[in-house]
Design a binder for this molecule. Structure first.
Ligand SMILES: *Cc1c(COP(=O)(O)O)cnc(C)c1O
Length: 452
């Protein structure tokens, strides 16, 4: 039997990130200032981001060097393993060859440390002492608090109140890594106080928490803001995933026909797919890349390609992206990391121009795939990652029909050890699908800003 686990040497950790903006025929439209509607100047961004990240946000340089100190920390868990899913293939009786790249081996249990580390590195280099951020269920917050601890920065995390109260484990993880964790909405910011004045019992949302963190960072010279997805520099940092995966498949003598990733803000999908899409953009490779989202938050498949805010208080720049509207609050599905109203402008532009595909699934189908994967491959996947598994299984089943031995690569962005309550609900038969109604879709889109 061919190899199951494809490993790289430490020396094979990429030395450079891949910037897809070098190869895109159409670049994303420029971000606009939330108040003036004019393109944002680097100066305006410098209130919340360090210079290196502002530059990475816009550069068209194809390769950007990964600082040695960042590679040193990447060595804690990188290169991450790639597996051939032999037992899953047999269970599906498919001629397809299925590979997955596993980011759950990181100390944060997911891909987010790939960008948390360089973001904190560049902030420290700029003399910043403290970082403010938001977190939903605590996935980004725990990665960032760990990275801040490594570099000696303070970390304040505004955590969506409902998760703060109901999902204590990642909150405790963040405290363990030394972060200050605040339930959002809070009385620490104007944005939080405004919400609380109107809705004292508000359980919060990611949009509100972003508003609080941005306000906190903008108001203090020693503090910057950090975002765990969506932005160009985040997608850039995540390309270590795809660059390693390319090398691993090369070792196995393979090249993928299909690359699949789950898509919340788009960063793990981008990280895996962009280095392969480079071959499609520059050499015309016939490669399919599929972004997978929940039907409760179907940003690419049902959203609108338009300028929108990243947050409810309209503090962030306007980004042109697929969006369900900045006021949209998705149903409380278990894949919390996929509940964002917008999407990466890079992923959005590539989708708009037909370079990538998108598909949406309900959570019962997703958990069925997650359980089948756990039982064949031995890894309990994060509910987010299970969206990619669902799509990979469906592609493999199509191969069973057609008899084509396609090579399928998917990203397993994290493990589900903090999500076992969701598994319990599924196993008890109590999990429900919550597709987005046409009315809720129209309501969310009716609040898109008018851009002249
Ligand atoms: C946060 C998260 C996601 C969603 O974020 P992207 O930016 O779309 O990658 C996906 N999977 C896991 C495990 C996550 O923690």
């Amino acid at each position: 039997m061919p190899e199951t686990k494809i490993l790289l040497q430490e020396s094979e950790i990429p030395e450079r990130w891949y910037n897809i903006m070098a190869d895109m025929p159409n670049l994303p439209a420029p971000p606009l200032h939330p108040a003036t509607g004019q393109p944002v100047t680097p100066d305006a961004l410098s209130a919340i981001f360090p210079p290196a990240l502002i530059e990475q946000e816009a550069t068209r340089e194809r390769w950007l060097e990964i600082p040695e100190e960042v590679r040193e920390l990447y060595r804690l868990w990188r290169p991450s393993p790639m597996y051939r899913a032999h037992r899953l293939e047999r269970a599906l009786d498919t001629p397809a060859r299925i590979y997955y790249k596993y980011e759950g081996v990181s100390p944060a249990g997911r891909h987010k440390l790939n960008t948390a580390i360089p973001q904190v590195y560049y902030n420290r280099a700029a003399g910043i002492k403290r970082i403010a951020t938001e977190t939903g269920a605590g996935q980004w917050g725990s990665a960032l608090s760990m990275a801040c601890q490594f570099f000696g920065l303070d970390c304040t995390v505004y955590m969506v109140k409902v998760s703060y109260q109901q999902k204590p484990y990642r909150r405790i993880l963040m405290s363990t890594f030394g972060a200050e964790v605040i339930a959002s909405p809070s009385d620490r910011t104007q944005a939080g106080r405004t919400v609380l004045a109107e809705h004292p019992d508000s359980l919060g949302s990611l949009g509100i928490a972003i508003s609080e963190a941005v306000e906190d960072a903008a108001g203090r010279a020693d503090t910057n803001y950090a975002l765990g997805s969506v932005l160009n520099h985040v997608c850039l940092h995540q390309t270590v995933i795809g660059l390693e995966a390319k090398r691993q498949l090369e070792k196995a003598g393979e090249y993928p026909d299909v690359v699949i990733g789950c898509c919340g803000g788009g960063s793990n999908f981008a990280g895996l797919a962009f280095p392969f899409l480079a071959d499609k953009l520059t050499q015309g490779k016939a490669l399919r890349a599929i972004a997978v989202e929940p039907e409760a938050c179907p940003t690419l498949t049902r959203g609108k390609f338009a300028y929108d805010f990243g947050d409810i208080a309209q503090l962030t720049p306007l980004l042109q992206m697929y969006t369900l509207g900045h006021t949209f609050v998705p149903a409380g599905i278990h894949a919390g990391g996929l509940r964002y109203h917008g999407d990466s402008p890079l992923v959005s532009q590539l989708y708009h121009d037909g370079w990538i595909e998108a598909v949406a699934y309900g959570q019962t189908q997703v958990f069925a795939a997650a359980v089948q994967f756990a039982r064949t491959e031995g890894i309990v996947p994060a509910p987010e990652s299970a969206h990619a598994i669902r799509a990979a299984i469906d592609e493999a089943l199509k191969c069973r029909e057609s008899g084509e031995p396609k090579v399928i690569l998917f990203g397993l962005s994290g493990h589900g050890h903090f999500d076992l309550a969701a598994y319990e609900t599924y196993l008890a038969g109590d999990l429900e699908d919550v597709p987005l109604s046409e009315n809720a879709l129209a309501e969310g889109l009716s609040h898109l800003p008018v851009v002249r």
